[in-house]
Design a protein around this ligand. Sequence first.
Ligand code: KIV
Length: 266
Amino acid sequence: MPDITLTTLQKLKQNGEKITMLTCYDATFAHACCEAGVEVLLIGDSLGMVLQGHDSTLPVTNAEMAYHTASVKRGNQGALILADLPFMAYSTPEQTMANAGQLMQAGAHMVKLEGAAWVAESIRLLSERGVPVCVHMGLTPQSVNVFGGYKVQGRQEGQARQMRADAVALEQAGAAMLLLECVPSELAAEITQAVSIPVIGIGAGSATDGQVLVLHDMLGLALSGRTPKFVKNFMAGQPDIVSALRAYVKAVKEASFPGIEHGFSA
Ligand code: KIV
């Protein structure tokens, strides 16, 4: 696989070719994902739940994110590496720059932070200093205690209007990518049309520019045994893990995943 850069992802969006992303936390899986053609490896703070067994992503530290980012970098073969800034790692400008710097020095090509209009200043600070930023909107798991659970966001018209406006404002602030989690498929389609940066969805329907899933979920290894509606088990019927990863890449590229049953209505 040739090295994937932000320019590659922009071109994929412009050409209407879907972008493939999976979470990844170590060198062996990074290697396997690259073998299968996954274009973006996300070191998600979901590792707090998936690897560490916590009931939320809140306990994850920036040092832990840097450790896993460095591990993924060692196994990577050309994918773009995206690393999450964890809970409370970007609450002041100084913290934001120091923590993003640590992830970039560990091997990330881009960092992701969760929020809405209020993260515009952090995005501007980072992008002006050479750190590309992906902004995660919709169901932002670091705010689970504000939402009162893992709930679909943007179902009310006012909320949807605000999300559309925030997406445009955050692109203007310098965001290079947008990730939408658990938002109605129609709203995700509108936002994808409204911005020129690539939009990746999880539980956001099939109209986004690309898709992401948590690696362990799509391999049928969800810890709680409760699989979210937007997950498909790609291990089913496959002889080995690389074949399952290839099946995911193929399904996203040909837009057979996600199906209508994996999305949410308003
Ligand atoms: O942390 C993570 O794995 C994520 C995905 C759910 C998109 O942000």
